[in-house]
Design a protein around this ligand. Structure first.
Ligand code: DAH
Length: 343
């Protein structure tokens, strides 16, 4: 009888199936009420005592192998069933939507790229500044009336004098000072960043906005160099190189100017945004004031340079004809989605 059981063991070992019904037949054959195992257990009584131990061991071995086989095939067949239900290769995949860059970042990157072609590298400095870097070193000493032009958010007011003030930078011009303090000319930098002013929020102004500052210091830098650079820039960004420089005043530049680009008067929008003049103001600029150079330890007899600064929001609004600055800060996806194809 033991040899018969060994035959069963071989049969179980070799058993293979792809179908659930064959597996069920196999189960009934071995484990069913009238199955092989019950039959063997029934015969166990008749086995002579001295063979009982060996007989018991092989029956148990057979029983375990049958159970194992059934479990293995049941699992395999079940999982292939679930694959059959879900593996529909005609189904469309899950579409992963790509986000878009914020229009401020798109334009900031484009401006940085334009200037990088003529040797400007990007510089950064803290948004929380002290009085020296935001005002005093830029030729805006305490009590200078031009400080009023930039309503400041103060973090700490100095007890004795405003030189101890800690504030949120009101412009990226502070980056000029930090860079000049830590580097030697010649230098050519572009500083994009956030700036903060305590202004009433409206369609035209916001208390957080973005600027890009430019600075070039070398021997014999002239106003003509500045103008040529600006013409190159407006041509690259707007496709327009006709500019004019209107005399203006900034404490950190002398002479100072405001830059207008000739936008044209071809359609209604041009009339509206240029108020019928055809000209649009895009930035402030000038030759770095000798006092500023002295403040950072650069000899104004040896070096000269130019600087410029522009608001990024204004440029984005011009390029994409957007009418309200608040849109940049609401992050409404319907607005952002329109910039999907821009890099
Ligand atoms: N800092 C000025 C502002 O926030 C902008 C500016 C004007 C920057 C002239 C300059 C400059 O570098 O030369 O209004």
């Amino acid at each position: 009888m033991i040899s018969k059981i060994r035959e069963y063991l071989v049969e179980v070992e070799d058993f293979k199936t792809q179908s659930k019904s064959e597996l069920e037949e196999f189960r009934i054959k071995y484990l069913g009420k009238k199955g092989i195992l019950n039959d063997l257990f029934a015969k166990f009584k008749e086995v002579p005592v001295e063979q009982k131990k060996e007989f018991g061991q092989v029956i148990n071995l057979l029983k375990n192998q049958v159970n194992e086989k059934i479990d293995d095939f049941r699992n395999a067949l079940d999982s292939s069933d679930t694959h059959k239900q879900t593996d529909d290769f005609t189904k469309s995949g899950i579409v992963k939507e790509l986000g878009s860059r914020h229009p401020i970042s798109i334009v900031r990157n484009r401006i940085c790229e334009i200037f990088s072609k003529i040797g400007f590298t990007v510089a950064e400095a803290p948004e929380i500044e002290d009085d020296w870097h935001n005002f005093t070193a830029l030729n805006l000493p305490e009590y200078h009336p031009a400080r009023d032009m930039q309503d400041t958010f103060f973090i700490e007011k100095g007890e004795k004098s405003s030189s101890e003030d800690v504030l949120l930078r009101t412009h990226t011009s502070s980056v000029q000072i930090r860079y000049m303090e830590n580097n030697k000319p010649p230098m050519r930098i572009l500083a994009p960043g956030r700036v903060f002013r305590n202004e009433a929020i409206s369609s035209r102004s916001h208390c957080i906005f973005h600027q890009i500052e430019g600075l070039y210091i070398d021997k014999e830098v002239s106003f003509a160099d500045l103008k040529q650079t600006l013409m190159y820039f407006t041509e690259e960004l707007f496709g327009k190189s006709k500019i004019r420089l209107r005399p203006s005043y900034f404490p950190f530049t002398e002479p100072s100017a405001e830059v207008d680009v000739y936008w044209g008067l071809e359609n209604e929008v041009d009339y509206r945004i240029t108020k019928g003049t055809g000209w649009l103001e895009i930035m402030g600029c000038g030759m770095v004031d000798p006092n500023v150079l002295k403040n950072v330890g650069i000899n104004p007899e040896e070096y000269s340079g130019y600087a410029f600064g522009m608001g990024i929001e204004r440029i984005v609004m011009l390029l994409y004809q957007m009418g309200d600055i608040r849109m940049f800060f609401e992050n409404d996806v319907r607005m952002l989605e329109q910039f999907k194809n821009e890099l």
